[in-house]
Ligand binder design. Sequence first.
Ligand code: IMP
Ligand code: MG
Length: 191
Amino acid sequence: MSVSAGTAGVTPDPIAAIVFDAQTIAAAVQRLAEAIVRDCAGEPVVLVGVLKGALFLISDLARSLPHTMDVTIDFIVVSSYGNADRSSGEVRLLKDTSASVEGKNVVIVEDIVDNGPTLAYLQRLLGSRNPASLRSCVLLDKPYRRSVDVRIDYTGLTAPDTFIVGYGLDYQEKYRNLPYLARLHDWVFES
Ligand code: IMP
Ligand code: MG
């Protein structure tokens, strides 16, 4: 349950529609965890979360994996959108993983794939470091505007062809905290 704003009724609601509710997201994350367990049973796995977007995905996904599995968590920080709602196509590495991925079974955990350069960059970067295996787990696939070919091993949901926020995804750093995925009103982008 969320805390209601003291100014409710005064502040205009920026949310135009809920695209995927919390229950739908939870079921998708559960399916992703099951697929990872099926493929990686018996192997130690390093989940590499791509911040900030995969913040809630990696925390929910990691907690859905069985305690018998050897799981470690690392993070990488990249920036691809600047502050706009369109990809610049340029990916910058802001923070590398803390530990080496050499010889490890790596699963990249990413919020969404749109044009593709972000995931392609990460696959190239981590792939060049001799991991034992490299897989990609993505909550949302937006397959409409690919500029590069990327392989996604695990896809949670196919997103509609619209800009969405919540569950880690932002618009100008806002709305990451929403427990669901939503579409914003047009006036949000104009203001
Ligand atoms: P790509 O390189 O175009 O695939 O962009 C991927 C990155 O852009 C993701 O990691 C997100 O951070 C961001 N992104 C793409 N689509 C959306 C969206 O609909 N809402 C919020 N962020 C998005
Ligand atoms: Mg991202």
